[in-house]
Every structure is written in C-alpha cells, then in structure tokens.
Design a protein around this ligand. Structure first.
Ligand code: NI
Length: 392
C-alpha cells in the first residue's frame, strides 16, 4: 500500500493527539505527562521501549522483519515558558507554558511514524530507533541522549527528523543542503570598576562608561574579525548596572549570544570576544571577565540524506510541494549533537502555514502563531517513506 494512503486513514487520530499535547504543554526536563503518553502509545503500537535512564523523553525500537541498517528518527517534545494568545479551543491549559515552537506536532509525527512503521514491520530490513528527545529549548536534551548512550540500543546509520516552519505552506516541506542552523554559545560579561559619588568620577572607575565602550568595540568582532563569507551573529541581549542617577556602581553585567555556521569562525569569534572585552576594560582602568556556556555546534545537513528525503517527498506529497531552502537560519537546533558525530543526517522543514489564516504566519516562539495541523500527514508520510526506502 502506498505510504500516503496508509497515513491518511489515521489523519483525524493524529490531529486529536496533537491537540491534546498542545493543550497540555510541559517545560524542558519536566515532560512527565508527555513522556507517559508516548510510552503508552508506543506500547499500544508494539514498539519496544528501551530503558536508558532518561528522566523524561523516550527511546523506542522497532526491529524489522529482516536484519539490516538502523534509521534513527529524532523529534523533540518540550514547550516554551510563554503564554498562548491564539484563543483556540485547544489552546494551552497551562499558564505560561506554550507549544509555540511546534514540538507538539513533532511528537505526534514521530508517534504516527512508529504506528505505521510497526504495521509495515515485515517489509523492513533493519531497525528504526525512535528518539523522543526532551529539553530541546534548553539546548541540553540531545546531550542527555548521548550521555545515556542511546547509540548502544542500536547504532544508527542515519538520522532524520523535521521541524515545523510557518513560512512554508502546510502540505509542503523545505530542504536545505549543507549548513542549516547555527551553533549557539552564550556568554556572560562582568565589568568591574570602583563605585562612588557620581560627582567625582576622578575617584572612581566607572563600569557603566566602560561597558558602553566594550559594547561598541564588540561590534567589530563580526565586522572586522570574522571572515565575511561565514555568516555570524552576536547579540548582547542584557545589560544591568547601577541604581541611582548620581552613584557610580561597582560593576555591570551583560550577557549575549554568538551564532555561527562554521566551526573555525566560531572559535575565532569566541577568542575575539574575550580579548576585546578584557583589553577594552583594562584600557579604561577597569577589569572584565567573560564566562561561556558553549552550546551546540552548527547543524549541517548531509547532501545525500537530503537527496533521499527529496525522493521520499516526491513519492508522497509530490515534487511541487518540495521547496529548496536557499538560506540557512542563524537559529540553532540541538539535533546537531547527534549528527554528523554518530552518523550522517538531515532535518527538513515542515510547512505549517496557510494563506487563509494570517495567524499561521507569525512565526515560531510567537504567542499568537497557529500551526495548520494538516501538516501532520505530510511530515509523517515523508519520514515513513524515507524509512521504507532506506530499509528496503
Ligand atoms: Ni523548535
């Protein structure tokens, strides 16, 4: 039976489950009920649940009728700490928690991949590993999978997955060859001076004036130090210091994010941020410290895996629903901890917008964005077809 026909018969069930998950979102590392639901459904579908010691999240394994390679499909399950303002009947019932990044759709897609592939078990030559990953929004869930040695369950030969994209229409997918998402590092700067009376700067070392200088000089990291062919972003997102108009404080704290698509350029910019911050502060008699939370590497899609996903999409949703994505995003995605480190892989974009409801186009992490859940069938079909072809 062709894949889309198999999936279409479950479409209303998929929508029900997705709306249930949507109404009951859970924050990173607190996805207890979602985990329970996934375990319950996988058991119902006849998928083996592998106990690897994760607090939340689930790893499931399907063994095909004949031995062969292993495909890992990974999706994330957590929601964001923000309120939902869509006014939908199935809007979040939890205050200040919302599936505004579409991970409810990701979770549902993977559940139905498991259901349909389990029905096709006999035709598959090899295994399918279902990775329901927690805490993507914290950038730590994929690392947890690694720490719990997910690869010992069945070593993957390839990773695939999807992420919703309101900018593309529901029923279509977007494919990006090569670099698709950026690395993500957070840095914290503490500029120390010497506080005192605002009327006597000569007796003080003013960390506010120093911070203004540091902030301006840091703009040269991207413009003067990074190779211009490698896209990068540095944003200082917070700056705090001082309480009164006539008092020079002792210190100022700032924090920022650094994004890059290239490992070398990332390392050079990290070095430049430290050097410029410290030297700028010292030039003005102050002192600065930089501390890092180095995050995920860039997500680089394997070209061959993308070609195979394209073939799977052409068979299921049709070539006219396959969009070639030209530009990478400087947003990040912690799937990059898994590939290419453990096997090649690729993630495609699943369109979730439409031209009827403008609320489907606000974008990810937006309280008002509505996801068109007719995208569920398309996403599930492409993944299932990919697995059928890979494990033929
Ligand atoms: Ni997301």
């Amino acid at each position: 039976m062709n894949t889309m026909d198999l999936i279409k018969k479950y479409e209303s069930g998929m929508i029900d489950i997705r709306r249930h998950i949507h109404a009951n979102p859970e924050l990173s590392n607190e996805e207890f009920k979602t985990t329970e639901l996934i375990r319950e459904k996988l058991t119902e579908y006849g998928i083996e649940i592998c106990e690897i010691g994760m607090k939340t999240g689930v790893v499931g394994l399907l063994k095909g009728g004949k031995p062969g390679k292993t495909v890992a499909i990974r999706e994330d399950i957590d929601a964001l700490p923000m309120s939902e303002l869509t006014g939908l009947p199935f809007a979040s019932k939890v205050e200040n928690v919302c599936h505004s990044c579409g991970h409810d759709i990701h979770t549902t897609t993977l559940l139905f991949c498991a259901k349909v592939l389990s029905e096709l078990r006999e035709e598959l030559c090899g295994n399918v590993l279902f990775l329901f990953q927690p805490a993507e929004e914290r950038g730590s869930g994929a690392k947890q999978l690694v720490e719990c040695k997910f690869y010992e369950v069945s070593r993957p030969d390839v990773f695939v997955g999807l992420h919703v994209s309101p900018e593309y229409p529901a029923g279509s997918i977007g494919l990006k060859r090569g670099p698709a998402n950026a690395s993500c590092d957070t840095f914290y700067i503490k500029v120390s001076g010497k506080g005192g009376h605002g009327a006597h700067p000569e007796n003080c070392i003013d960390p506010i004036a120093i911070s203004g200088y540091v902030l301006a000089q840091l703009q040269t990291v991207i413009s003067r130090e990074n190779h211009p062919v490698y896209p990068a972003v540095m944003t200082i997102g917070s700056i705090h210091g001082g309480k009164a108009a006539n008092v020079i404080p002792d210190f100022v704290e700032m924090s920022g994010t650094l994004r890059s698509l290239n490992a070398d350029s990332r390392a050079k910019m990290q070095e430049a941020i430290e050097r410029i911050t410290k030297a700028s502060a010292e030039a003005m008699r102050g002192h600065a410290e930089v501390t890092w939370e180095k995050g995920m590497p860039p997500l680089v899609n394997d070209v061959e895996v993308i070609e195979d996903l394209q073939a799977a999409a052409e068979k299921t949703i049709g070539a006219d629903h396959v969009i070639t994505v030209q530009n990478p995003s400087l947003g990040s995605e912690d799937f990059s901890y898994l590939f290419p480190e453990y096997a090649p892989g690729a993630q495609f974009r699943l369109g979730s917008g439409n031209d009827i409801d403008p609320n489907t186009r606000h974008g990810l992490h937006n309280s008002r964005n509505v996801f068109d859940d007719s995208c569920l069938a398309a996403g599930t079909a492409v993944l299932v077809q990919y697995v059928r072809d890979f494990l033929r």
